[in-house]
Design a protein around this ligand. Structure first.
Ligand SMILES: NC(=O)c1ccc[n+]([C@@H]2O[C@H](COP(=O)([O-])OP(=O)(O)OC[C@H]3O[C@@H](n4cnc5c(N)ncnc54)[C@H](OP(=O)(O)O)[C@@H]3O)[C@@H](O)[C@H]2O)c1
Length: 390
């Protein structure tokens, strides 16, 4: 029985993980869960799966409701540190980090330092704390398995391949709801339109990131951290059908791709069972004819500048990816509140990237300092844009 700590149980990946686990009760058991503010949704999950521990990370939400949620022998805890402690527990086999944003960094590092298997959806922690991740993995002796469909695809393609046999990877992007739009046409789009993703049903933040293609930049950096490839050997193409999840090109010119209907349940199941494959009738039944045709396009850098900004941050290295991510989190939250235009988000992110130096962070405190600095600059740029939008 594989014992799972599920951080971010109330989110889109969290709920999909619970679905997968519910189909395989003989293999997996969720023993710990967390949410940030969705206390009622978390209480429902506790009632359904009876975990040993439930954590609510937002203390203010908890203090308004103290006392009402104890049941079923589940121990309730409060605060971000309690979630980080879940990630390091000796009696947990797999930590699923399905938090959103850089708040996931400490749990990611705690899981790796303590030698757990980390099934990682929270790409922002790899982007913000990339230089700390490999050393933590080495010290702790744990395993890092990506949940992101593109990186899961790469892992599935390179499984068993000899060292140094990968030449290049190419990530696919759906292109989001505004694929084919020009920069001018994007001036007035609002969050309602941006939240209508054509192929994936996901949380609000990643859905906006998919519309701007910031998500693909985060994934390029994620691929660099996970697979140690330099940026000249990580590409991205638009693939509107979201059937091919990534390509891996080997040194002899051979190319493998992992394909399938767009569902996060498959990469989640693979991350839980890796390197085994678990039979799952719900996920079987691929029909190539129904999926045709499969098409591929270049990314439009003029209309979607956040992609290029993110890749530039990755190439710059040090705390630049952390600043890109922090600025992007501020920009997305502001866009969802109608405080910045779709094109204005790139200005906010640029300001965040300009605010930090180039040093490599060596500690979480240094990452957090760069993150704060970048957020300060992003908020200042946001206010400037609100005063004079042009
Ligand atoms: N959704 C997808 O299909 C998909 C695919 C690939 C990768 N990912 C990645 O997976 C991660 C989760 O995405 P999602 O779409 O599942 O997000 P989501 O639906 O917004 O869920 C986020 C989860 O994190 C919790 N949370 C939010 N802010 C937090 C904070 N400051 N501290 C601690 N917990 C916090 C939320 O709790 P509350 O409910 O209480 O707010 C919720 O449980 C992201 O990094 C995303 O990029 C997602």
């Amino acid at each position: 029985m594989i014992r799972i700590a599920l951080l971010g149980a109330t989110g889109s990946i969290g709920r999909s993980t619970l679905e997968v686990v519910a189909r395989h009760p003989d293999r997996f058991r969720v023993v710990a869960v967390s949410a940030h503010r969705s206390i009622d949704a978390l209480a429902d999950i506790v009632a359904r799966v009876s975990p040993e521990i439930a954590v609510l990370t937002d203390e203010a939400t908890w203090s308004g409701r103290r006392g009402g949620e104890r049941a079923n022998g589940t121990t309730w805890k409060v605060g971000a540190e309690a979630a980080t402690e879940l990630a390091a527990r000796d009696d947990v086999d797999v930590v699923v980090n399905a938090l959103v944003g850089a708040a996931g960094l400490e749990p990611t590092l705690a899981a790796l330092e303590s030698g757990r298997r980390l099934a990682l959806a929270n790409k922002e922690s790899l982007v913000a704390g990339g230089p700390l991740v490999r050393p933590a993995l080495k010290r702790g002796g744990g395993t890092l398995i990506p949940v992101d469909s593109e990186h899961s695809a790469i892992l599935q393609c390179i499984h068993g391949a000899p060292d140094r046999s990968v030449q290049r990877v190419v990530l696919t992007a759906s292109g989001g709801p505004f694929r084919g739009w020009t920069r001018d046409e994007l001036t007035d789009v609002g969050p309602e339109a941006a939240l209508k993703h054509p192929t994936w049903d996901m949380g609000a933040k990643i859905t906006i990131d998919s519309a701007t293609l910031a998500n693909k930049a985060l994934e390029v950096i994620e691929a660099h951290v996970l697979y140690g490839l330099d940026y000249d050997h990580i590409g991205a193409v638009v693939h509107p059908q979201s059937i091919v999840h990534s390509f891996v090109e080997f040194v002899d010119g051979s190319v493998l791709a992992q394909v399938g209907e767009p569902t996060m349940e498959l990469p989640i199941l693979y991350a839980l069972s890796h390197p085994e494959r678990v039979p799952d009738a719900t996920l079987r039944g691929f029909d190539p004819v129904a999926c045709s045709p499969l098409t591929f396009e270049e990314i439009d850098h003029g209309a979607f500048p956040l992609f290029g900004l993110g890749v530039a941050a990755g190439r710059r290295g040090g705390v630049a990816p952390c600043a890109f991510n922090a600025g992007n989190e501020i920009a997305v939250a502001a866009f969802l509140e109608h405080r910045v235009s779709f094109p204005g988000m790139a200005r906010v992110v640029e300001a965040a990237m300009e605010a930090v130096g180039d040093a490599d962070p060596r500690t979480v405190a240094e990452v957090r300092e760069a993150d704060r600095e970048a957020r300060r600059a992003a908020r200042a740029e946001l206010e400037r844009l609100e005063e004079s939008p042009a």
